[in-house]
Design a protein around this ligand. Structure first.
Ligand SMILES: Cc1cc2nc3c(=O)[nH]c(=O)nc-3n(C[C@H](O)[C@H](O)[C@H](O)COP(=O)(O)OP(=O)(O)OC[C@H]3O[C@@H](n4cnc5c(N)ncnc54)[C@H](O)[C@@H]3O)c2cc1C
Length: 449
């Protein structure tokens, strides 16, 4: 395939239409790229009923892409957070978040995943340069400077076909086929999967389900508050989404119920009885909330982490999002980081001097230089925050609880890293697009060495 002279004529294939793939497509189209094809195994965006935190660093990217206002209009602006003992509901810490918007230019909002995905998708549909190929799975990915793959439509009446592109972006999630192909091309058999021993239930309670006697749950639904109930090896984080019409709960617990059975997304149908047992010693308020889940609607996720990859880039192929940095949810940054990846990719590809394979590779390496350390630092921080939240009796828990006590007097760090002002500064205060714009020249130069 002859290389187009202008970068904007490059043929770009994005594998996966999750948060990472959608953002990459939209950011590239807005940067002026003309040929963007998105291949997605699922027949539609297919997002599960679950909430998602829309942190200021995510909002900043979405606003630059002109999709933030629509997403924010359906979300809830969080003004405070409360960390409580799971068994008693006693408050360990209360953190005021009113100043987030003034500090970081965007509030900390929480929303429905479908709302975030649809907002990005609608943004993509405004661009003729983006073409979606739903119900089409990519396989046999050839990692090189002229990458290719086989696209197999789910409709068996349509034959599989070969796609060759100038750039392939593997935004294909935690079980990424692109990552496997890249590692194999690099002579690495597979990446180490870390057993986090954690699983998660995701639950949504709709306003019209609430019984009149559950006024305390109604008050939480109508609040602007994130609550975390913690216990040994388990916790629940909960917040209202969808303009306070749905109360969203996301749990973490040992993955003993989950067993080894997984499907493509590491989810499995769980049992309500098992879920109630796992949180059996949590306070009556939590019990009542879990009680709202209908039998047969309990879905459990296995929470995965991987060893660090030696590289995210090979030839003209790059990885994005969970494909290269799956992150435990305890910092609420996995999707935010996938979204930052997509925005940075558009900056670096848009600044290439030409569309040669050499320039593509160097630009992709510049992307990796902007992103890799930050994303992996947050992967580590999320894991550490989970460990602090899940401590059982012992010296470490005593130390953590001293920190919570000091916090009540207005001093010291928050062991729940998500709510810690210094951690927020590091995460929310970082402008990935600005960083990519400012350092592109330096990194592009370095990549040629
Ligand atoms: C319990 C829980 C709570 C979380 N809470 C938050 C939060 O509050 N805030 C936050 O920022 N993050 C959160 N996250 C993390 C976040 O959900 C993920 O990091 C994010 O969705 C990853 O996006 P992605 O686009 O990389 O991958 P995915 O969303 O997994 O998308 C990958 C897509 O690729 C498709 N695909 C896979 N293989 C192929 C193929 N071969 N060909 C074509 N298509 C393919 C898949 O169908 C899928 O649509 C949470 C995660 C969990 C588990």
């Amino acid at each position: 395939m002859s290389q187009p002279h202008s970068p904007y004529d490059l043929k770009i294939a994005i594998l996966g239409a999750g948060m990472g793939g959608l953002t990459t497509a939209l950011a590239l189209a807005r940067a002026g790229f003309k040929h963007i094809d998105v291949y997605e195994s699922a027949s539609d965006l297919g997002f599960v009923g679950a909430g998602i935190q829309l942190a200021p660093n995510m909002a900043r990217v979405l606003d630059r892409l002109d999709v933030w206002d629509g997403i924010a209009a359906e979300a809830v602006d969080i003004k405070e957070t409360s960390v409580r003992v799971g068994s008693t509901n006693d408050e360990l810490a209360h953190v005021d978040l009113h100043d987030i918007a003034s500090k970081y230019a965007y509030p900390h909002m929480v929303g429905h995943r479908a709302s975030l995905a649809n907002g990005l998708y609608k943004g993509c549909l405004l661009h003729e340069s983006i073409r979606f190929h739903f119900a089409t799975t990519a396989s046999d990915i050839n990692i090189s400077s002229t990458p290719s793959f086989t696209a197999t439509p789910r409709d068996s009446s349509i034959p599989a076909y070969k796609v060759t592109a100038d750039v392939v972006i593997g935004a294909d999630g935690i079980k990424s086929a692109t990552r496997s192909a890249m590692l194999s091309a690099l002579g690495i058999s597979e990446i180490g999967v870390q057993d986090t021993q954690q699983a998660a239930y995701r639950i949504m309670i709709h306003a019209d389900q609430l019984r009149s006697e559950d006024s305390d749950i109604k008050a939480l639904l109508e609040s602007n508050k994130v609550v975390r109930w913690i216990g040994e090896k388990r916790h629940i984080i909960a917040y209202p989404v969808s303009n306070n019409k749905i109360y969203n709960l996301s749990t973490t617990q040992p993955d003993t119920n989950f067993a080894a059975a997984t499907n493509a997304t590491y989810t499995t149908r769980g049992s309500k009885e098992a879920m109630m047992r796992v949180f059996g010693d949590f306070c009556p308020l939590v019990q009542r909330m879990l009680g709202y889940v209908s039998e047969g609607e309990v879905c459990e996720w296995k929470l995965r982490c991987h060893d660090r990859l030696p590289t995210w880039v090979s030839g003209s192929v790059a990885l994005v999002g969970d494909a290269c940095h799956p992150t435990l949810p305890h910092l609420a940054q996995g999707a935010a980081q996938a979204i930052e990846d997509g925005a940075v990719l558009a900056v670096v590809l848009g600044r290439m001097p030409d569309g040669s394979a050499g320039s593509v590779h160097r630009a992709l390496k510049a992307y990796e230089m902007v992103r890799k350390e930050r994303a992996y630092a947050l992967v580590d921080m999320a894991a550490a925050s989970g460990r602090a939240l899940h401590l059982g009796d012992g010296a470490a828990k005593e130390e953590r609880d001293k920190q919570f006590a000091a916090l009540k007097q207005g001093r010291g760090p928050v062991p729940d890293k998500w709510a810690d002002a210094d951690v927020q500064k590091e995460i929310y205060g970082f402008d990935c697009v600005q960083e990519a714009e400012e350092r592109f020249g330096e990194y592009f130069e370095k990549a040629s060495l």
